[in-house]
Design a protein around this ligand. Sequence first.
Ligand SMILES: Cc1cc2nc3c(=O)[nH]c(=O)nc-3n(C[C@H](O)[C@H](O)[C@H](O)COP(=O)(O)OP(=O)(O)OC[C@H]3O[C@@H](n4cnc5c(N)ncnc54)[C@H](O)[C@@H]3O)c2cc1C
Ligand code: SF4
Length: 328
Amino acid sequence: MRPFVYRRATDARAAVAALEEQPNAMYLGGGTNLVDLMRLGVASPEALVDVTRIAPDTVEETPDGGLLIGAGVRNSDLAAHPTVRRRYPMLAEAVLSGASGQIRNMATVGGNLLQRTRCSYFQDVSKPCNKRRPGSGCPAVEGDHRNLAIIGHSPACVATHPSDMAVALAALGAGVRVEGRRGAHRVAMPGLHRLPGDEPDRDTVLDPGDLITAVELPALPAAARSRYRKVRDRASFAFAVVSVAAALEVADGTVRDCRIAFGGIAHVPWRAELAEEALRGAPATAAEFARAADTELARARPLRENGFKVPLARNVLVRTLTELVETP
Ligand SMILES: Cc1cc2nc3c(=O)[nH]c(=O)nc-3n(C[C@H](O)[C@H](O)[C@H](O)COP(=O)(O)OP(=O)(O)OC[C@H]3O[C@@H](n4cnc5c(N)ncnc54)[C@H](O)[C@@H]3O)c2cc1C
Ligand code: SF4
């Protein structure tokens, strides 16, 4: 690991100013992703600006009935928060499905959203990788891509986004509050993360030096009946092969409202808008759930070794929605 300077920011503006002064500096949340990448030589910032003391670490109810989650809230605290568990269970389940208790105790909401892909070539500096070194190539297209994207990828990059929490936030339509060079602004989810196109080195729409200060959850009655289901290669401590965040509101056997996002299949948390559209007003049956899943996944373009993810994603969605209907 190369030597670096450690600084602790006193407030958001000071943090943004610190990164303006020193362009090769990075924000430090819990460090559970960034420090690993520094050890691997993937990231080599000259300075780390610790933002854990300035980003609010509270979860507050907002006047419009939503929730405001500070970027500094630790993943464990978010998952354990009684209002989150009661009104947005998919979010608590998504966070709890990730990493380990020790890592969740350190990891922050801001850092979780901006964690980097787990593509093995990205983490190995001896290999080419367009995301790490633009223009160097993407060995995953022909190489090891079993766990990579089936939808929305490009010839330049077939990586998947790793965060479970972000999948739930995309399904819920969260808003991300940002402080940056152009002042305070808000980025809607989905929309924070971007598809790779021909610039896979850019994971998000954020500008350099943008600081995430909070995440807004809308008041969403359908979210009270929601679930996060994750399929992985090991029972714990593993990233999603495929995951689904789903919320469902049913009246008289008909779907009134639904929110669906997939994880593990794309460079972004994949909001399944076509499936949602197909389901609103339809009978809440397994056959309709399967039809909606097929509508969404018709756009999938699996790679040589990950075609299994298409039926897997379909079955996980059907199972998750069916469970939501059957839950009293
Ligand atoms: C062994 C292991 C298993 C894991 N398994 C899973 C899993 O199954 N599912 C899952 O979702 N995650 C998993 N993770 C990843 C873990 O969730 C992330 O490492 C963690 O959420 C990152 O949060 P952090 O606060 O530590 O971020 P950091 O490592 O501090 O930062 C990550 C990135 O975010 C930037 N950043 C941090 N805070 C801010 C901010 N407020 N504004 C702007 N930029 C910011 C940093 O500059 C850095 O680029 C795993 C990690 C490990 C080590
Ligand atoms: S899939 Fe993306 S992250 Fe992986 S090697 Fe290709 S360019 Fe790099």
